[in-house]
Design a protein around this ligand. Structure first.
Ligand SMILES: Cc1cc2nc3c(=O)[nH]c(=O)nc-3n(C[C@H](O)[C@H](O)[C@H](O)COP(=O)(O)OP(=O)(O)OC[C@H]3O[C@@H](n4cnc5c(N)ncnc54)[C@H](O)[C@@H]3O)c2cc1C
Length: 536
C-alpha cells in the first residue's frame, strides 16, 4: 500500500466511519448521504455478511388486518420475559416505512396479483407478515440492491479488505479506529480519526465450531467496543438453529425448518424419533427445544438425522433445491438417506447495549444490527425480526448523527492504542476456542463447564499475541461469564443445573469486560478442574 493511500485514508474520513457492509452498515451510509461517510468492510461487499444469506425475509405488519401491536405482542411472547416492550412496538411501527425505503433503493420484494406486498408466514407469528423476494432470496436481493445504491452514491467511500480491531478513545469519547489489512496479521495497523463511529459488524456465530454464520461473524465489533469500556447487554443469549447439515462444511448449510413443516422427522442412529418423548409437538416444538433435543441425542452418542425419505422422497429436489444441492455435494441423497444434522450458532440476541437512537454508552459510538442489543429480542428472537431491527436502527442512527453537531474536525491520531506488533493467527487456539464454545457454552450449559470456559477465555484474552484472537476471546469471555452468572434457564439460555425460569431473574444483563474478567478472577479462587490452555 502506498504512503499516499494511507495519508488519504487517515485524513478524509468526513468524520463518520461505519464499520460493516451488511444491511445495517450500508443502509446507514445511504441514509446519511450526501454527508460524506467511510464504510469499512472486512470482506468485499456482498460477501462475509449474514444479510446475504437470509432466506426468510423481513417481518413487517403491512398486510390488511395485521398491526404493529400484534407484531410486538408476538415478539414479546417469544422473548421469554426480557423484551423491552416499548422498543419492540417502536420497531414494529417503523417496519412499513423502512420496507418502503428498501423498495426505493431497488429491493424487488414479491407482490401479489393486486400489486400489494406479498407476505409469508413464519413460526410464532400470529399473522402473515414476512416480506420476501423470489421465495427464499431476500438476503441476496437486499444486498445486491444496496450495494448498487452505495456504489452509485459519491458521498460514500468504501474500503474493503480491512478489519477494525480497536477503538481509539479520549476521555471516554471515541475518537477513531484502528484497522488492519485482512490476511496480513503482521501488516502495520492504520488509524482513522473520526467523531462518529458506527459499529455494524454482525453477529458472533463463528465463535462456535458449528455455525450458520460467515467467518467474519466472530464478534469483533462487540469485542472492540467492550475493550474500550462500552456496556454490553445480554451476551449469554445465543440462538441455535436445530438443524444445520453436518457435511464437513464451515459454516454449515441450513436444513430449513420448512422441511419439518412438510413432515420430515428427526431420528437417531437406531431410527428412533427422539423428539416424540420430549415435546407434544415433537419436531415442530419451539426452536430452542428442538435444538436441545438434537444436542442431547448427539451428546449421548446416538447421532441425529433429519429424515425426509417418506415426507418428501422424490419431490425433495424440486421443493428444497438449496438443501438438496448442499446434501448432494456431500454425497448424500436426501430423497433416499437421512441427513446428518446438529444445532448451530445462528443469531446473537445480546450485543453492545444501545438506546433507542442506537447510541452506545461511549460518546461518539453508535451500534446497529446484530452487533447491538436494543432489547427488542429479549432472551429469544422471533423469526425475521433481525433484518427489521437492523434496518430500523440503521435509519435511526443516521438520523441521530445527522442531528448532532460534529462540526469540529476529527483529530489526527498517532499509531493505535495497541502495539503495532501482531502475531499470526494461531489456528490451533482459534479451533480450541470454537470447540470449547460449542461444548461448554452451547445449547446445554452447566456451572462446571461454564466456569472452565470463563477461565480459559480470560487467560486467552490476556495472553494472545494476535489481536483478532484476543478480540474473539474477549467476546467469548463475555458470553461465557454472563451465562455462568445467569443461574436459571430462560429463552435460548439453558442451564441443566438450573432448568427452570426464576421470576426474580427476569431482567436483562448489563455487563462490561472488566466485570467479566472479575468473574474469571473469582473463579480462579474456586477449586475446579484446571482450565484448558489455549495458547498454541
Ligand atoms: C443463514 C442465515 C439466515 C438468516 N435468515 C434471516 C431471515 O430470513 N430474516 C431475518 O430477519 N434474519 C435472518 N438472519 C439473521 C440476519 O441475517 C442478521 O442478523 C443480519 O443480516 C445482520 O445484519 P448486520 O448488518 O448486522 O450484519 P452482517 O450482514 O453480518 O454484516 C456484517 C458486516 O461487517 C463486516 N465486518 C465484520 N467484522 C468486521 C471488522 N472487524 N472490520 C470491518 N468489517 C467487519 C462484514 O464483512 C460484513 O460486511 C439469518 C442469518 C443467517 C446466518
Amino acid at each position: 500500500m502506498s504512503d499516499s493511500f494511507e495519508a488519504n485514508l487517515i485524513r478524509n474520513t468526513g468524520n463518520v466511519v461505519i464499520v460493516g457492509g451488511g444491511l445495517a452498515g450500508l443502509f446507514c451510509a445511504l441514509k446519511l448521504a450526501p454527508r460524506p461517510v467511510t464504510v469499512i468492510s472486512a470482506a468485499p461487499l456482498g460477501q462475509g455478511a449474514s444479510t446475504a444469506w437470509a432466506q426468510g425475509g423481513i417481518a413487517a405488519a403491512v398486510a390488511e388486518g395485521d398491526s404493529a401491536e400484534a407484531h410486538a405482542a408476538d415478539t414479546i411472547a417469544v422473548g421469554a420475559g426480557l423484551v423491552d416492550e416499548t422498543i419492540a412496538l417502536g420497531i414494529a411501527r417503523e417496519a412499513g416505512a423502512r420496507v418502503h425505503d428498501l423498495l426505493r433503493y431497488g429491493v424487488p420484494f414479491d407482490r401479489d396479483l393486486e400489486g400489494r406486498l406479498a407476505v409469508g408466514r413464519e413460526a410464532a407469528h400470529s399473522a402473515r407478515r414476512i416480506v420476501h423476494v423470489r421465495g427464499d432470496m431476500a438476503g441476496k436481493a437486499i444486498m445486491s440492491a444496496l450495494i448498487e445504491a452505495v456504489r452509485a452514491t459519491p458521498s460514500i467511500r468504501v474500503i474493503e479488505g480491512f478489519a477494525a480491531e480497536a477503538l481509539l478513545t479520549d476521555d471516554g469519547a471515541v475518537t477513531g479506529l484502528q484497522i488492519r489489512k485482512i490476511g496480513d496479521a503482521t501488516a502495520k495497523p492504520l488509524t482513522i480519526a473520526s467523531r462518529a463511529v458506527v459499529l455494524a459488524t454482525g453477529g458472533i456465530g463463528h465463535l462456535y465450531a458449528v455455525t450458520t454464520n460467515p467467518a467474519e461473524a466472530s464478534g469483533p465489533g462487540l469485542a472492540i467496543a467492550a475493550r474500550a469500556g462500552a456496556v454490553i447487554a445480554d451476551p449469554e443469549f445465543v440462538q441455535f438453529h436445530p438443524t444445520a447439515i453436518m457435511v464437513g462444511r464451515d459454516p454449515a448449510p441450513l436444513a430449513t425448518e420448512a422441511l419439518r413443516g412438510e413432515g420430515a422427522t428427526l431420528i437417531n442412529d437406531k431410527g428412533e424419533r427422539f423428539m416424540l418423548a420430549r415435546h407434544p409437538l415433537a419436531e415442530l416444538a419451539p426452536r430452542d427445544i428442538v435444538a436441545r433435543g438434537v444436542f442431547a441425542e448427539i451428546a449421548a452418542g446416538h447421532g441425529a438425522f433429519l429424515d425426509a425419505r417418506e415426507a418428501l422422497g422424490a419431490h425433495f429436489a424440486a421443493k428444497f433445491p438449496t438443501v438438496h444441492a448442499s446434501c448432494m455435494a456431500a454425497g448424500i441423497d436426501p430423497a433416499k438417506q437421512p441427513i446428518p444434522v446438529a444445532p448451530a450458532a445462528h443469531y446473537h440476541m445480546g450485543g453492545i447495549a444501545v438506546d433507542a437512537h442506537g447510541r452506545t454508552s461511549l460518546r461518539g459510538l453508535w451500534a446497529g444490527g446484530e452487533v447491538s442489543s436494543t432489547g427488542a429480542h429479549g432472551a429469544n428472537r422471533l423469526a425475521s425480526n433481525s433484518l427489521l431491527e437492523a434496518v430500523v436502527y440503521a435509519g435511526r442512527i443516521a438520523e441521530d448523527i445527522e442531528g448532532q453537531a460534529l462540526a469540529a474536525p476529527a483529530r489526527l491520531l498517532p499509531d493505535g492504542p495497541m502495539s503495532p506488533r501482531n502475531g499470526p493467527m494461531p489456528a490451533l487456539s482459534e479451533r480450541s476456542l470454537r470447540t470449547m464454545m460449542a461444548s461448554h457454552v452451547g445449547v446445554i450449559r452447566d456451572r462446571e463447564q461454564l466456569a472452565e470456559a470463563v477461565r480459559s477465555f480470560a487467560a486467552l484474552e490476556r495472553d494472545a499475541g494476535n489481536i483478532a484472537l484476543r478480540n474473539m476471546a474477549a467476546t467469548a469471555l463475555l458470553v461465557a461469564s454472563s451465562a455462568w452468572a445467569r443461574r436459571e434457564s430462560r429463552g435460548a439460555h439453558y442451564r441443566k443445573d438450573y432448568p427452570a425460569e426464576r421470576p426474580e431473574l427476569r431482567h436483562r444483563t448489563m455487563t462490561t469486560l472488566i466485570a467479566a474478567r472479575e468473574i474469571a478472577t473469582s473463579l480462579d479462587r474456586v477449586p475446579l478442574r484446571s482450565p484448558q490452555p489455549m495458547i498454541a
